[in-house]
Design a protein around this ligand. Structure first.
Ligand code: SF4
Ligand code: MG
Length: 326
């Protein structure tokens, strides 16, 4: 069986007044049903743009997409909007960081979930849609779901709103679920509960999941596989245990050292990565990470490192052994 989603050599460019933004520059990955891929990077790494392109949520007037996006074996890269829209919400759904931006303030939560259901089940009556809505609210752990269905988004706490968003995303039983920073706005306890919930639902719904985050700690809790992006490119890719235990790319080392939640020991020294993410209009030559890398030398300044096999990981670095020695 082929993976449900296969992305091959995806490139996404936007025209801006300042020049062409190369937001995603040749990224490939695959996600099977029942598996979770974590896409990790700082803001501006291309991780969100990648998922928006998969869902066809980019602005078609400004954006050029090349490469392949195979969903259930069908290439939807650059397909007409209506075709992708039909898949979206039914076969593919998304959970955002801020449910308030996705939920309409003037309609009850239950009505919005019921409508999401009826868009893709046009023959379902109101009664059936309401029944399904209440089932889903119950399934995501919202107490008194029938009563809660009639409430408005502002009457929900942040964690409950995120649960409602997840109910809405799953109401049509999608094959692919993309969650973009789904727990970033939540406190640590609620964050852990939502990640647990996502893990449970994945088993039950057997969806392919892409989890987008800047936080390797979040990835360690739910992902099977990790793709680390920097400057629109994949810099490290492999199984979650291997990436977290023995990353080969200096950027991944930097992310690990700067995230408190991976090892959970609050006393550990957190070391932020020096410097800032690069401009996607003018990437540094060679390895885009070189201005921030203390192992940079020789080829790093002139040759873009290709992804290659290193210690059971795919790594784009000229000197992975240098970072191992640190
Ligand atoms: Fe550092 Fe060079 Fe590796 Fe880039 S290629 S991460 S600059 S060692
Ligand atoms: Mg983002």
């Amino acid at each position: 069986d082929d993976p449900y989603l296969q992305v091959r050599d995806l490139r996404v460019r936007f025209a801006t007044e300042d020049g062409v933004v190369r937001a995603v520059d040749g990224v490939s990955f695959a996600v099977e049903r029942g598996r979770t891929l974590g896409i990790v990077g700082e803001s501006g790494s291309g991780k969100s743009v990648t998922s928006l392109a998969v869902l066809g949520l980019h602005d078609p007037k400004r954006t050029t997409i090349t490469g392949q996006i195979l969903v259930g074996g069908r290439d939807i890269a650059g397909r007409p909007d209506e075709e992708v829209r039909r898949l979206r919400g039914r076969d593919m759904a998304m959970i955002f960081q801020d449910p308030l931006s996705a939920l309409h303030p003037y309609y009850s939560v239950g009505r919005q979930i019921a409508e999401a259901y009826r868009i893709h089940h046009p023959r379902a009556g109101r009664g059936e849609a309401r029944k399904r809505t209440i089932e889903m609210l119950d399934r995501v752990g919202i107490p008194q779901p029938a009563k809660r269905a009639d409430q408005y988004p502002h009457e929900f706490s942040g964690g409950m709103r995120q649960r409602a968003m997840i109910a809405m995303a799953l109401v049509n039983d999608p094959d692919l679920l993309i969650a973009d920073e789904p727990t970033t706005a939540l406190d640590v306890t609620v964050q852990a509960q939502i990640l647990d919930l996502l893990g449970d639902l994945q088993k039950e719904f057997n969806s392919a999941i892409i989890l987008i985050t800047h936080d390797l700690g979040v990835v360690s809790q739910v992902a099977d596989e990790v793709l680390v992006m920097y400057g629109g490119r994949a810099v490290e890719h492999g199984g979650v245990e291997q990436v977290l235990r023995a990353p080969q790319h200096p950027y991944t080392w930097g992310l690990l050292a700067s995230v408190p939640t991976v090892h959970g020991d609050a006393g550990a020294d957190l070391v932020p990565i020096p410097g800032n993410p690069p401009s996607l209009i003018n990437l540094p030559p060679g390895c885009a990470f070189h201005p921030r890398c203390r192992h940079a030398s020789g080829d790093c300044f002139t040759q873009v490192p290709e992804l290659r096999d290193v210690e059971r990981l795919m790594v784009a670095c000229h000197h992975p052994e240098a970072s191992r020695a640190q």
